[in-house]
Ligand binder design. Sequence first.
Ligand code: ATP
Length: 328
Amino acid sequence: MKTLNRIAVFTSGGDSPGMNAAVRAVVRTALHNDLGVTGVRFGYQGMIDNDFVELEDHSVSGIIQRGGTILKSARSSRFREYEGREQAVKNLKKQNVDALVAIGGDGTFRGATILNEEFGIPVVGVPGTIDNDLYGTDETIGYDTAMNTAMEAIDKIRDTADAHERLFLVEVMGREAGFIALETGLATGAELILLPEAVSHPDDIRNSLHDIFKVQRRSSLVIVAEGDETGGAVKLAENLKEDFEQYDMRVSVLGHIQRGGSPTAHDRVLASQLGSAAVRALMDGQSSVMAGVVNHKTRLTPMNKTWSMKKSINQELLELVKVLSKSD
Ligand code: ATP
């Protein structure tokens, strides 16, 4: 086994609250074990562009509570080509980097796996994405904060919806997965939740809304995951306009507000655990695995399983929404 003297850490893809706490944990755990730490700015693009920074104890002081990522993040089309990855590895070697900690989502892990296969550089992943769509961890870093941010915004929308007895369609993030939609929907007492994982026939949606809104005559909130097959809240509103014309339907797309903000205690703790576990995994000679938490225990999962295996939404919660949203 090659000796490990220096690791590099980077954040990549969509940013998520808690990435900074994860960077802090990586840096402090590495330094505690006498490893040098190089920070890569702007993810894979920064590797190609030689954008490196030496990370010391003080570099990560006062960041555990900050949203975003001090290392910045990016999406890199050049890294998808072999030449880009070759350049990245040349640059990493010049920095004497022996191994990598990749903080990001499934795309970041796909890139990391390819890098390892092609150039043999060990890499361990830390799940940093608000979408919670990675197999191998009960929750991803940033998901809890994003849910709470969405919940607070939706509570406010409920106040105004109630005042005017309006129907609101609220779109939350989740292109491939409906985790945010499901749990924030349940937490805000939404009347209906539409997710990519559950096929919703347009007639069923109309009937449900008709029952809740026209018959019971009360304000209604429909939470729509952006990746739902209805095409998202704006498109759904267009399609429903005729049937609900007289009811002054409104749309609110929460958007990037869900990525920002100070991480919750839960995300800070998770990020601290997983950042540290990733460094320890590299020290144990592991590679191409992701550190996750399953049933409150830290667990390593082969990186390729994190995207090839489907993490299911909790169907019981979906059923519960149907029961609890009835007030008759
Ligand atoms: P999120 O889902 O939260 O947005 P992510 O990590 O999935 O995060 P992506 O944009 O999908 O975000 O991936 C981040 C970067 O990883 C891409 O910009 C690209 O540089 C690299 N990457 C993704 N897929 C591959 C691939 N198949 N081969 C090489 N590199 C890849």
